[in-house]
Design a protein around this ligand. Structure first.
Ligand code: BTN
Length: 329
């Protein structure tokens, strides 16, 4: 039995005994137990309920390309390049980059789990199976790298538009591209992250692989492993996040429409929305990066997506790359 099959069997949330699972799949109970342990090690909270057997604490939906397509408006389905759902990839973004020239525009890869999920600045992105979303999308641009300034901030706005379409409020943006739940921890924290990687000619044409990780369900253990306050859509929706395939479809729809808008208007088309969701505005900030460490106050972003920081003497400093934290009084 493959781990994907086992997770699919447990997905409805009903208890299933080791014996029933073994009979269903023709493998031994010992083999089932080994796979249960393997899924638990990857972060899936499978409970053991005595004689009743194994169960998940809530139902989950396995990702399904057919269901994602069915939830997309027809014109957007026609715009898609590939739409692939994998059980496991090292990283959806790495795989899309390896496809290189063979991948059509708006090719989308999703994986139930990533073995080497990548975050910004070489950090790891935890990718337990079945709980969250890991998605990458390829978009080519005739323009060069300079015209794509602000793209990763625009993607933040695009993800928020997808959440809005799903009726989910309570998320905002932390420069450069973190998606945060607005409440203070333990309720608030990082809801998702965005990694935009460019390749091609500096003067154009070039291609962007947009990678999005969105937390739908985090367990206490995963929150601890995250190394920073983390949050999930379940918290924002009172306990039950929307169907994972619906969330994937909403993200893909917002990406296709939003990337087309960016191609036409650049970051200028997103600045008003970014401003509305900017969680660093007027906040006391601590910044650290190549330029050293300094404090200031968030004052929005400029037309290229650089962070504007008001210094103590009233001057404005533009920051292209740094780690930012909000100073607590
Ligand atoms: C960050 O906040 O550090 C960015 C995280 C980006 C994670 C996503 S998950 C899908 C895609 N594949 C990866 O390996 N990374 C991105």
């Amino acid at each position: 039995m493959q781990p994907a099959q086992l997770l699919a069997a447990l997905a409805p949330g009903e208890p299933l005994s080791g014996a029933a699972l073994a009979a269903q799949t023709g493998v031994t109970r010992a083999a089932i137990w080994k796979q249960i342990e393997a899924l638990r090690t990857r972060g899936v909270p499978i409970e053991a309920r005595g004689a009743a057997g194994y169960r998940l604490p809530w139902p989950l939906q396995m990702l399904d390309a057919g269901q994602i397509r069915a939830a997309l408006p027809a014109p957007l389905v026609r715009s898609l390049g590939a739409l692939e759902v994998h059980w496991e990839l090292d990283s959806t973004s790495s795989e899309l980059q390896r496809r290189g020239a063979q991948a059509a525009d708006f090719s989308v890869l999703l994986a139930e789990t990533q073995t080497a999920g990548r975050g910004r600045r070489g950090r790891e992105w935890l990718s337990p199976p079945g709980l969250n979303l890991y998605l990458s999308c390829l978009k080519r641009f005739e323009q060069g790298f300079a015209a794509l300034a602000g793209l990763s901030l625009a993607i933040g706005v695009i993800v928020l538009r997808a959440l809005e379409d799903l009726g989910i409020a309570g998320a905002g943006l932390k420069w450069p591209n973190d998606l945060l739940a607005v409440a203070e921890p333990p309720q608030g924290g990082k809801l998702g992250g965005i990694l935009v990687e460019l390749s091609g000619e500096y003067q154009g044409p070039c291609a962007a692989v947009v990678g999005i990780g969105l937390n739908l369900r985090l367990t206490t253990a995963l929150r601890e492993q995250a190394g920073q306050p983390a949050c999930d859509l379940a918290t924002l929706t009172g306990g039950t996040p929307p169907d994972r395939n619906r969330v994937a479809a909403a993200l893909i729809a917002a990406l296709i429409n939003g990337l087309r808008q960016f191609e036409r208007d650049g970051f200028a088309g997103f600045t008003a929305d970014y401003e509305r969701h900017d969680l660093l505005r007027d906040q006391p900030l601590q910044l650290s990066g190549a330029l050293g460490a300094f404090n200031g106050t968030g004052a929005g972003v400029d037309a290229r997506g650089a962070l504007r920081v008001r210094m103590a003497d009233g001057s404005l400093r533009l920051v292209d790359s740094a780690d930012v934290t909000v100073r607590r009084a």
